[in-house]
Design a protein around this ligand. Structure first.
Ligand code: ACO
Length: 303
C-alpha cells in the first residue's frame, strides 16, 4: 500500500452538501459539522483515494442525490474493507417511515409566519406540522445529525411537533436556509386545561448563512408566536449549544428590555420573589432563563 494517509479521509471534509434551485443552478455549498452518528466516533472513511462525496439537494423539494467518486479503491487482497459510503449514508438520506410514493408539497402553500428583507434579499419563515410536510421533512432529518451535537430524527407523524422553515426567495425560487422544530408539551395550570409548554428542539441555520442575523430572526418570530398564543404558558429549549445559548441570551435580553422590565423601580437587589414571579409569567421564560437575563441587566447597570 502507498502512503496510508491517501486512503484515509475525514468524513466532514469529504462530504459536500450542494443545494440547487429548480432550474438546476448551484445555490450554495457547504460541509457537515458532524458525521459521527453516521460513520462512527472517529468520523473517518477508509479505502479510497481522492474520495469526494456530494449530496445534491434540489430546493424546495430537497430530494437528495448522492454522488460518490474516487480515483482508486483498495483491493480485497489488502485485507482492509473500504467504508461502504453509499450504503451507510443512504440509510440517513431519507426517513424510511415516510411512504416513498408521497406527492411533493408546494412550499408556496405553506402558511407564512414572517417575511423580511436583509441586504436587499428576501426571506420568509413558514410554519407547519411536520406531518403535513412529510414529503420534504423525510429529507431534512439528516441535517440535525450533520449540525446538532446529539441531534436525532424526530417522529414526523407525532402531531405535537411544529416546524418553522426559513427560505430565501431568489427570483421566485425558494431556497432553504434553516429550520427549527418545536415539541408542544402539555403544561398543567389551575386557570386552564389546555396549557402548553413548547420546547425548541432542533434549530439550524445552514453554515453559509450564519452570522447574518437569520438565527435571531427565526428565534424571535417563534417566540412572538408563543407570546401571542394564550395556551402557551412557558417555553423552553432542549439541550442547547453554546452558540444557541448566546443567541437566546441576546434575543431574550433585548425583548425584556423592550418590555421595560429592567426600568421598573422594583428592579433592584435583592429582587423580590413577588416581582420575579409577576414579571416572569408575562415573558413566558423558564425561571432560570429569566434570572439569567436579570443578571445580565444587573451586571450592565453596575458597570
Ligand atoms: N453581520 C455580522 N454578524 C452578525 C450579523 C451581521 N449582519 N447579524 C448577526 N451577527 C452576529 C450576532 O451578533 C451573533 O454574534 P455573537 O456570536 O457574538 O453572539 C452571531 O452573528 C450569530 O447571530 P445570528 O446571525 O442571529 O445567528 P445565526 O444565524 O448564526 O444562528 C445558530 C446561530 C443557530 C447557533 C447557528 O450558528 C447554527 O445553526 N449552528 C449550528 C447548529 C446549532 O448549534 N444549533 C443549535 C443547537 S441547540 C438546539 O437546536 C436547541
Amino acid at each position: 500500500m502507498s502512503n496510508i494517509d491517501e486512503w484515509v479521509h475525514n468524513a466532514n471534509e469529504c462530504i459536500s452538501i450542494v443545494q440547487k434551485n429548480e432550474k438546476g443552478d448551484v445555490d450554495c455549498e457547504f460541509h457537515p459539522t458532524f458525521t459521527y452518528s453516521i460513520f462512527g466516533d472517529s468520523e473517518v472513511l477508509y479505502g479510497y483515494k481522492n474520495l469526494n462525496i456530494e449530496i445534491q439537494y434540489i430546493s424546495p423539494s430537497m430530494k437528495p442525490q448522492l454522488k460518490v467518486t474516487c480515483s482508486d479503491r483498495l483491493a480485497p487482497e489488502s485485507g482492509v474493507e473500504p467504508t461502504n459510503v453509499d450504503k451507510t449514508l443512504s440509510k440517513y438520506l431519507r426517513d424510511d417511515r415516510v411512504p416513498e410514493s408521497l406527492e411533493p408539497v408546494d412550499v408556496r402553500n405553506i402558511p407564512v409566519a414572517e417575511t423580511y428583507s436583509f441586504d436587499e434579499r428576501k426571506f420568509c419563515i413558514l410554519k407547519s406540522k411536520p406531518s403535513d410536510l412529510a414529503a420534504i421533512m423525510q429529507y431534512l432529518q439528516i441535517f440535525s445529525l450533520f449540525f446538532i451535537e446529539g441531534g436525532s430524527f424526530i417522529d414526523i407523524f407525532d402531531p405535537k411537533w411544529t416546524i418553522y422553515l426559513l427560505y430565501e426567495i431568489k427570483e421566485e425560487q425558494y431556497c432553504l436556509r434553516g429550520y427549527c422544530t418545536v415539541y408542544h408539551y402539555y403544561k398543567w395550570d389551575k386557570t386552564r386545561t389546555d396549557g402548553e409548554r413548547p420546547r425548541i428542539s432542533q434549530f439550524v441555520i445552514f453554515p453559509p448563512f450564519q452570522r447574518e442575523g437569520h438565527g435571531s430572526r427565526l428565534y424571535n418570530t417563534i417566540v412572538n408566536i408563543f407570546l401571542e398564543d394564550p395556551k402557551i404558558l412557558e417555553f423552553a429549549v432542549e439541550d442547547s449549544s453554546e452558540a444557541f445559548d448566546d443567541l437566546r441570551d441576546r434575543c431574550d435580553f433585548q425583548r425584556l428590555k423592550s418590555m421595560n422590565i429592567f426600568t421598573s423601580p422594583e428592579f433592584r437587589l435583592p429582587l423580590s420573589k413577588e416581582w420575579l414571579h409577576s414579571q416572569r409569567s408575562a415573558t413566558k421564560l423558564p425561571p432560570r432563563q429569566f434570572l439569567r437575563c436579570c443578571e445580565i441587566a444587573l451586571t450592565m447597570k453596575m458597570k
